[in-house]
Design a protein around this ligand. Structure first.
Ligand SMILES: Cc1cc2nc3c(=O)[nH]c(=O)nc-3n(C[C@H](O)[C@H](O)[C@H](O)COP(=O)(O)O)c2cc1C
Length: 484
């Protein structure tokens, strides 16, 4: 398989959806759908009436028609629900997930990849967050049923995933060890997915094995994964702290700048010489979204770059048109400029990882809007997993109601300024929950520092641009030696 020069970074929830990945893939580069929270995106699209019929078109190709019928019966609403009705929820992500939830995760992964790959031969990958272990296995299996070409996993140490991929090619059972909070050495909780038990009686051909590209920020992690993975690593995305979304925390004791952002130093820059010496393909990410930076990456021995921010605000992105336009108009000079719009927030994410937040009026980045949100945890993708005193599993999220978190052994100080990313990120893509108490979930945008350079993709006077514009511009100054 010819490797791409540009990877469109996976962006959750639903920012890099099938439309964006498909647009990039059609241009000959690697389009990546996000698998994060994809089951919720999927069932909310169905509840909005599946505009355009895309979801149902993909479902018609799924191997198990009984499962499809059950899902449609449960979630599809002809014509769509109105804009005040509460979205029906699936069961919450958990270690021992009910079979209906496992099937839903498989189908959601399948649909997203099927649509991104439909009717062309371009490459499509899926991005999974190691932190969302409880739904990753079925989502990955669904993506493989749709013929996904690459699996990219960040925010953790996905050492066991190559082995899982190999087992799924033959529809065999696979497990990963759950990352437990406050675990002692004896705790060993496994998350398992059994394809044949979940879809009994199906006679399926062997599946294609996708390439596996972990997203890493240090040579040490790259070496660890090469040496200790349960299977083959095919390359790396090497991501620095300027990238959008979650960032790896700085090494050592956390120190904050005057602005309150984590301070990164030389030690936090990946040793590219060492990474080159591993002899595997790699792509650089984190403010590499410009023609000069692409040339720089290539001259450093990388196969190319992974870009997120530039694609997050293009026409095919899942972010709502109004939010995209507000951002583009502000930072391309059409509307007034906000100083320092991107803030690396050390507290916002329940994961504890720094999370880049766009300071945009009328979103949760503004304190009064954040404080007006009744704390609630109804999606639970980022919940920590613990083993309680009675040996039973306990789930808690630092962004849930404080009293609940404390009752489950959490500390009050860990709840301060935490934001419910699950609900906010769904609001970014127009799928925000209309809570029963009347509260409508509000957006919270994330972006890399490259937000300040969106102007390079936008024609003078325009307030939008396409994925093709991004790719054309990025490759516009390739030196002859690098032109494929
Ligand atoms: C809106 C947005 C959401 C993102 N979500 C994810 C994600 O879910 N998983 C992930 O591995 N990376 C995520 N990223 C990181 C991108 O995949 C990509 O690596 C990064 O944006 C590259 O740096 P850049 O933003 O400077 O182009 C996200 C980035 C953005 C801008």
């Amino acid at each position: 398989m010819a490797l791409p020069m540009i990877i469109q970074g996976g962006m959750g929830i639903g920012v890099s959806d099938w439309r964006l990945a498909r647009a990039v893939s059609l241009q000959g580069e690697l389009g990546v759908v996000s698998g994060t929270g994809i089951n919720c995106v999927f069932i909310r699209r169905l509840q909005l009436g599946d505009v355009g019929g895309h979801v149902r078109r993909a479902l018609a190709h799924f191997v198990d028609h009984t499962t499809v019928e059950k899902i449609l019966k449960t979630y599809f609403v002809e014509g769509g629900i109105d804009d005040v009705t509460h979205f029906k929820l699936s069961s919450v992500a958990q270690v021992h997930a009910p079979i209906a939830l496992q099937r839903l995760n498989v189908v959601a992964g399948f649909v997203e990849v099927f649509l991104a790959k439909e009717a062309h031969n371009g490459l499509v990958g899926i991005n999974l967050l190691e932190k969302l272990q409880t739904s990753n296995l079925p989502t990955l299996y669904g993506a493989m049923l749709a013929g996904v070409d690459a699996v990219l996993i960040g925010a953790g140490v996905p050492r066991e995933m190559p082995g899982v991929i190999e087992l799924f090619t033959n529809h065999d059972d696979a497990s990963v060890k759950a990352n437990l909070t406050c675990a002692d050495a004896t705790s060993d909780v496994k998350i398992t997915f059994r394809p044949r038990a979940v879809f009994p009686g199906l006679d399926l051909p062997r599946l294609k094995s996708p390439l596996f590209f972990p997203i890493i920020s240090s040579l040490t992690l790259a070496q660890h994964l090469v040496q200790r993975s349960t299977g083959k690593v095919d390359g790396f995305v090497v991501e620095g702290a300027l990238a959008g979304g979650h960032n790896a925390p700085p090494r050592g004791q956390l120190k904050l700048s005057e602005r309150g952002e984590p301070i990164y130093g030389v030690k936090d820059q990946a040793d590219l010489t060492g990474i080159r010496e591993l002899g595997l393909p790699f792509w650089l990410a984190g403010s590499y979204g410009s023609p000069d930076r692409l040339n720089e990456a290539l001259s450093l021995g990388a196969n190319g770059i992974q870009v997120g921010t530039a694609f997050a605000f293009c026409d095919e992105s899942g972010i709502t048109k109004s939010l995209r336009q507000r951002v583009i108009r502000s930072w391309t000079g059409l509307d007034s400029l906000v100083a320092e719009p991107v803030f690396t927030d050390p507290l916002a994410s329940p994961t504890g990882f720094p999370f880049k937040v766009v300071k945009l009026p009328d979103t949760l980045s503004e304190k009064p809007i954040y404080e007006a949100r009744p704390r609630k945890c109804d999606l639970g993708y980022l919940r920590q997993i613990l083993v309680g005193g009675d040996g039973k599993l306990v789930y808690r999220c630092p962004a849930e109601p404080v009293e609940d978190f404390v009752r489950k052994g959490g500390k009050v100080e860990d709840t301060v300024d935490r934001k419910c990313l699950c609900n906010a990120l769904l609001a970014n893509i127009g799928l925000g929950q209309r809570q029963d108490d009347g509260y409508h979930e509000q957006p919270l945008l994330t972006s890399g520092d490259d937000l300040l350079h969106l102007r390079q993709f936008v024609a003078p006077g325009a307030d939008h641009y396409s994925a093709k514009d991004v790719l054309g511009h990025l490759k516009s100054a390739l030196t002859e030696v690098h032109i494929p």
